[in-house]
Design a protein around this ligand. Sequence first.
Ligand SMILES: Cc1ncc(COP(=O)(O)O)c(C=O)c1O
Length: 439
Amino acid sequence: MEHLNDIRKKISDLVIHYSNIKYAKKNFTPGFDKVQVSGKVLDHDETVNMVDAALDGHLTTGRFNIEFEKKLSRFLNTRSLLTVNSGSSANLIAFSSLTSPKLGSRAIKPGDEVITVAAGFPTTINPILLYKAIPVFVDVKMGNYNIDEERIERAITKKTKAIMLAHTLGNPFNLSTIIKICKKYNLWLVEDSCDALGSKFNGQNVGTFGDFGTLSFYPAHHITMGEGGAVFTNNIKLKKIAESIRDWGRDCFCAPGKDNSCGRRFCWKLGNLPDGYDHKYIYSNLGFNLKITDMQAACGLGQLKKLNNFIKKRNYNFNYLLKKFGSLEEFFILPEKTINSEPSWFGFPLTIRDNRYFNRNELIKYLEHKNIHSRLLFAGNVLKQPYMIGQTYRVSGTLENTEKILFDTFWLGVFPGLEIQMLDYVIDSISEYILFKKK
Ligand SMILES: Cc1ncc(COP(=O)(O)O)c(C=O)c1O
């Protein structure tokens, strides 16, 4: 009978052959082919791994996940990293961990305040609302789209327990000031790094400064596994809480398919449970099940091989656009990286300056018609979103930049699947549009 490993080898060779054809570079025809804003960049690394994971038949997290978590922790230089099924789940776990009674008086409770911004993605702030804490919105800076750090201290009250913010479009927020504020007022910091894998501040990876960092592996992001994410921390106590919350809230920490890792499976006495209640079924946190499958991890592992090149290409594309848009500065506020940072750009944000020739909606509709995709800065001003009606929150100061973003900001793609020919087409199309409007 044919040996299983020999069959695997044949399958793998065939998958490589298939992938090389399927993912071969295609010629770009301006106007006909879409210029996407983001997208997955795959080759045989991912397909071979995913098929391998399918043939393992393990399905829940296994060898691929172990390797993925190890390699990504090493890349980020963090003590612990847990995969989860989305960036939103990563934010949920990070925040809910900070509400754990295990943290004593530092646990975030209903009515406590959390400083954040309104110009961003909703699931950065949704966990705050879910746990009945109060998001306190501070304005952002125009051009770098991150919190205006000068305004943070004015927003702090006796109720403030945490700061939870995203590094907008890969541009790190001012970590030196924010870490100082967190230390001074004893605040937790959650760095939503979903759009910022590989971004650095003072040479250190974002996400590793605060108490938790989070990542998304949805296809738009720096690396993908279809759906997926990660939550990471250098604090081992927080890691244990986060892991438990990810895994149903259980007290037991056995890997899937394993038993009695603690060696005391039937010897525990916790809560009001009877003596010796099976540790597998003891729940010490209010948890969920937010794990991934090994096939997702297998895809992620293929992507990790390419991560450094992805970051280089994203930044190359960003800088190319920045240079070319220099001639259009009269019409657009160009993106600005934060001081002391090395962003790993997620997108190229532009804000239209007040002018009498065109507005954002007209421009992005025109771009769509030219097959050029663009995106808004997510929720724009989240306070204006339908789901926020009736929610409890506070605004500190004014949100005039956030309001301008709602009306006038959009972003273009820089992802590694974009070639110079495509970027030139984007710039030429926008220049032509402005010339036409000015006539
Ligand atoms: C800043 C930010 N946080 C969180 C998320 C949520 O990630 P996911 O789509 O994996 O849930 C996103 C999604 O793009 C995001 O941009």
